[in-house]
Design a protein. Structure first.
Length: 506
């Protein structure tokens, strides 16, 4: 149904897709896998006419096509259901399904015809709904199915599902999979993008893996082990990783059992998002949080810091049970958080280095108790020197700094607050090798000062190099807790790939 040959796309400074080829057959579910930056989104946008390719050919049903807009792609029979459900909540089910292609009578919209055609689209999914009710009244799973019905209403022959289960629980996901199997039996070609390993093997016939914009390979799902899939996605070979020796400055040899427990969770969970999580952070300890993209790493960090509060389980700080239902409470309890998206969630780009660095301290005092300017200057100059932050001056807008120096300012913000527990989500992403080593040394320095750190990183060597324990997540659930000699990239990959029962035996 779909044949892609040598597809390429570049953006300023980035080769997003580099001569990628793949084939999707009628009557199959074809999984598209890869980490962030692999090129999945770019490929979908080329197939649906959002972007135009720089090179390569797209053949659809044996004919070369070059869609210039999503509407034109739909006219060809290519329809997409995006991760964020693209429905208009105050319109009815029928109006959403037929939006933009309503049947007309005497030049006016045929309301009865809209309802009948919407029911026909839902019938293909064996779904019965009151098509006159508002979409907003439906649960997320049914909204997702309505979005699929809308995609099928154009007589789609290729259905692209981009992370369709990201907001669904297990039962709702199984319902969606049943629909996908039914559509496959009807001869539809389905391109399925997901980060959940269990879901890939539950419904897919074949798997294509992309990495860094290039094709790694296409595989029959039944012939590709979970371990081999992870190796393909990460570009790592298990036998090579087993030869690597963990490097550490000796901090991991500290008897962590003798240190105070600063933070502990018991069956902490945000229903439908992540958990349950059991983790213990002791003074001076660096604990890693590892897993593939979509495993629940950032969701766990946001839950611990009170951005998306837990609704089950217990969380204790220094032995005292607390409810961290907001970042403000988390900060008061001695926690700090450096988010993965530092430019969007951590920094105020138009403010200066000084203003960004003192932000948390000033916020904790309130608007009526401004930090005196001489004190600000002394504090900022101290951390610029201590962390070797490269900036023309403390008044330079922080957006002018490199990624590594921006990350140092974020760390300095929390060091100035004397936080006892720091959550670092991908602290070295997007920085050069020199800055990466400096940030890792800062983490070790904090450890020597007794600060507990939760380190999230997609680079397994970084996790193994810096952590004394590693909590492993898969499909938003905790599946392993590694310590000692087991903290090697090869062991972490095994923990991600293996079933929980087999891990317990190991």
């Amino acid at each position: 149904m779909l044949q892609v040959e040598g597809l390429a796309k570049s953006f300023p400074g980035v080769r997003a897709l580099d001569e990628v080829s793949l084939a999707v057959h009628a009557g199959e579910v074809h999984a598209l896998m890869g980490e962030n930056g692999a090129g999945k989104s770019t490929l979908i946008k080329l197939l649906t006419g959002v972007h135009r390719p720089d090179a390569g050919v797209i053949r659809f049903d044996g004919r070369a096509v070059r869609p210039t807009s999503p509407r034109q792609a739909e006219a060809l029979g290519i329809s997409t259901v995006h991760q964020e459900i693209s429905l208009i909540p105050h319109l009815s089910v029928a109006e959403n399904i037929m939006l933009g292609r309503e049947p007309r009578r005497f030049g006016l919209i045929d309301r009865r015809g809209v309802g009948l055609k919407a029911q026909q689209a839902l019938a293909r999914l064996e779904l019965r709904l009151d098509v006159t009710q508002s979409v907003a009244a439906l649960p997320p799973a049914l909204q997702q199915l309505v979005a699929i019905a809308r995609a099928l209403a154009i007589d789609a022959r290729l259905l692209i599902l981009d992370e369709p289960t990201s907001s669904l629980d297990t039962t709702e996901s199984e319902r969606l999979f049943a629909v996908m199997r039914r559509l496959r039996e009807q001869g539809l070609a389905i391109l399925f993008v997901t980060h959940f390993l269990d879901q890939v093997y539950a419904v897919s016939d074949r798997i294509t893996v992309l990495r860094n914009g290039r094709l790694v390979g296409q595989y029959a799902a039944r012939a590709l082990s979970r371990l081999a899939l992870i190796e393909a996605m990460l570009g790592l070979k298990l036998e090579q990783l087993e030869q690597q020796k963990r490097r550490n400055d000796g901090a991991s040899e500290r008897d962590s059992e003798q240190q105070d427990t600063l933070l502990e969770t018991r069956q902490l969970e945000r229903r439908g998002v992540v958990g349950p999580i059991d983790v213990k952070l002791r003074a001076g300890e660096v604990v890693g949080l590892a897993g593939l993209l979509g495993s629940g790493r950032s969701e766990t960090a946001r839950m611990l810091f009170g951005i998306d509060p837990a609704d089950r389980g217990e969380l204790s700080v220094r032995g005292r049970r607390v409810a961290l239902d907001s970042p403000r409470r988390a900060i008061r309890a001695g926690l700090a958080y450096c988010p993965e998206e530092r430019k969007l969630e951590g920094l105020l780009p138009n403010l200066s280095v000084r203003e960004n660095l003192i932000l948390a301290m000033q916020s904790s005092r309130g608007a009526l108790h401004a930090i005196p300017r001489p004190q600000q200057d002394r504090l900022v100059q101290h951390y610029i020197a201590a962390l070797s932050i490269k900036t023309p001056s403390q008044e330079t807008p922080i957006q002018s700094l490199s990624g590594g120096n921006q990350q140092k300012v974020l760390l300095a913000r929390w060091m100035a607050m004397q936080a006892q527990v720091i959550i670092l989500d991908e602290p070295t992403r997007g920085v050069d090798i020199g800055a990466k080593l400096e940030i890792e040394e800062l983490v070790r320095s904090l450890s020597r000062q007794g600060v507990a750190t939760l380190l999230i990183s997609s680079e397994l060597e970084e996790v193994a190099r810096n952590c004394s324990r590693v909590v492993v997540l898969r499909d938003r659930k905790q599946v392993a807790d590694l310590a000692g000699a087991r903290i090697e990239p090869a062991q972490i990959i095994r923990a991600i790939a293996e079933h929980p029962a087999r891990l317990a035996d190991a």
